[in-house]
Design a protein. Structure first.
Length: 189
């Protein structure tokens, strides 16, 4: 057997092994790129899902904060209105406001003003405007009461109810149509 035959076979074997390695490496490269593309898509989907969850969580947090701030302000302003009504009734009966009632009125007014401040941060413009108007009207009425003049608190109640309605709309808790539901119930009876 000539010497070149084993050398040619060895050379062909080496070329075959190297070519096989190249083909295998190329196939492995393609598989790796496909896996990488799948991972990129999966990570993009995960990132998008995480971002949506985070945005929803943030939205819920600020809704809860607004709810807490609005209800605290409404409670304070309602307490002040009730106390002003009692003071007005007392003045209408001819009595004067005692020191304890004056201090209570001033404390409630201070509480309402303190709770008004966060509305400027978390409330939209219409809520802030209505709250500002509430504070202004209540301050004028309180000033009249403290000067010894009786005040009608019915308009104040209207302002409080309007503010409550606006906050319910902002928070998305406003019932669609209460009168329609009541009518349906009464018709079905």
């Amino acid at each position: 057997m000539p010497l070149w035959t084993p050398l040619a076979v060895a050379l062909l074997g080496i070329i075959g092994v190297v070519a096989g390695q190249f083909v295998n490496a190329h196939r492995e490269d393609r598989r790796w790129r496909r896996e990488q593309a799948r991972e990129d898509v999966r990570w993009a989907r995960e990132r998008r899902r995480w971002t949506e969850e985070r945005e929803l969580e943030t939205e819920r947090y600020w809704r809860d904060q607004r709810l807490r701030i609005y209800t605290a302000f409404l409670a304070a302003i309602s307490n002040l209105r009730v106390e002003m009504r009692y003071a007005g009734d007392k003045l209408r009966d001819g009595a004067e406001l005692d020191r304890a009632r004056r201090e209570r009125l001033l404390d409630l007014a201070a509480t309402a003003r303190d709770l008004y401040a966060p509305l400027g941060v978390v409330g939209p413009a219409d809520v802030r405007d209505q709250a500002t108007e509430l504070i202004r009207v209540f301050a004028e009425s309180l000033s009249c009461l403290l000067d010894g003049h009786s005040v009608d608190t019915a308009p104040l109640l209207g302002l409080v109810r309007a503010f409550a309605g606006t906050t319910r709309q902002v928070l998305g808790t406003e019932p669609e149509d209460l009168t329609g539901h009541a009518t349906e119930r009464s018709e079905s009876s």
